[in-house]
Design a protein around this ligand. Structure first.
Ligand SMILES: [Zn+2]
Length: 367
């Protein structure tokens, strides 16, 4: 039988495929996420695993790999194929190097280590035909931008548990905050700046709207989750004006909301609208990821926490997991790596921790 590459080699090859999610994919072409899917499909198909690639966005597919072991229960192993950009990186972020058992490179920790571990588990299940669960590997696009990949996967797949692979230092995250982003748009009337009273300055309107958001942020600091802390809202970018001598007629700002379990996103938008009033319009959100709030007593959640030995925990950041949860699939976050290294120019992962994650998954799956 053909020998398959080990977890380390899979990880190195994944890091060497640039798959920055924000890079626009030219029409009719494929992006880096598609190259990651093709690489994984090549490995898995040669081991007899059934693979399908489906475009979620043009040139940006998900890969679904099914390992049917005729078990009663199914587990989804979901990890994203995209990374954040690497503009602040010294040297080549896509040439991974093994420095005493530590791999440096963009995506090494977030989250190609999880993707490599999940793929190694799939290859082993295919080889040994062992384990108590059918497995689905979902390699999903667009986690770092808008969760489009996991949203598509969750609408299509059925399972008893979904594990979203993210750097959780091998603990099992069962609760985390959600995220929502939208644009505030202030419209005024442009005029010659020598007689500004005849115009309507959109930047002044946005300033009043931004201060109203700041007051809402103070109020929301009182709304606290016992594990996750307060609900949060911030104005994070602002842009407006055409020229130094024109009263601006348009100003836009990005707003980032970090919501809590139980929050209804539509209700939060309504609160923002009530505060910003006529000064700025609240446009439809371009990113929505609800909070995660999975029952820690769920038998499969407990089983994974026991296999990991690191216990259950909570996290402030958002992941793909709630997309599965909102389709009725219990979901948790689990994977090798330290999340404080993600999105930094020092991103790296310990190979020992990646191998340990494979061992934990084998125990959990009864392989
Ligand atoms: Zn990630």
């Amino acid at each position: 039988m053909e020998a398959h590459p080990g977890t380390k080699q899979i990880l190195m090859e994944l890091v060497a495929i640039p798959s920055v999610g924000q890079v626009p994919v030219p029409e009719g072409r494929e992006g880096g996420e598609a190259m990651v899917c093709r690489y994984l499909a090549g490995l898995l198909e040669s081991a007899g695993v059934d693979c399908q690639m489906e475009d979620v966005l043009p040139g940006r597919p998900n890969l679904y790999a099914h390992m049917d072991l005729r078990c009663a229960r199914t587990v989804i192993l979901s990890a994203h194929t995209d990374t954040v950009p690497a503009t602040d990186w010294e040297g080549d972020p896509f040439r991974p190097e093994d420095k005493d058992g530590v791999i440096f490179g963009r995506g090494s920790c977030d989250t190609k280590a999880s993707l490599a571990a999940f793929t190694a588990v799939m290859l082993e299940a295919a080889r040994e035909k062992a384990g108590e669960f059918n497995l689905i590997l979902a390699a999903v696009c667009d986690e770092e931008v808008s969760f489009a990949g996991s949203r598509a996967a969750a609408g299509r797949l059925r399972a008893d548990l979904a594990i979203a692979g993210e750097p959780s230092s091998l603990a099992v995250v069962h609760r985390h905050k959600g995220v929502m982003r939208f644009v505030l748009e202030a419209r005024g009337r442009s005029y010659h700046s020598s007689t500004p009273e005849k115009g309507d300055n959109a930047i002044y309107r946005m300033s009043r709207a931004a201060l109203a958001v700041e007051r809402l942020a103070y109020d929301w600091q009182q709304i606290r989750d016992v594990d996750l802390g307060p609900r949060a809202i911030s104005v994070t970018t602002v842009s407006g004006g055409q020229a130094p001598n024109i009263v601006p007629d348009l100003c836009r700002a990005d707003v980032d909301v970090r919501c809590l379990p139980g929050d209804r996103l539509e209700d939060l938008l309504e609160e923002v609208r009530a505060r910003t009033g006529n000064e700025a319009a609240v446009l439809a959100p371009y990113m929505e990821g609800p909070a995660l709030d999975t029952d820690p007593e769920h038998p499969l959640v407990r089983r994974l926490a026991e296999a990991s030995g690191r216990g259950l925990t909570c996290a402030p950041y958002a992941t793909d997991a709630p997309q599965y949860a909102s389709h009725g699939i219990p979901a948790v976050v689990f994977g090798p790596g330290d999340v404080t290294l993600a999105h930094t120019p020092r991103e790296h992962i310990s190979l020992a921790e990646v191998e340990e994650s494979v061992g934990i998954l084998r125990r959990f799956l009864g392989m």
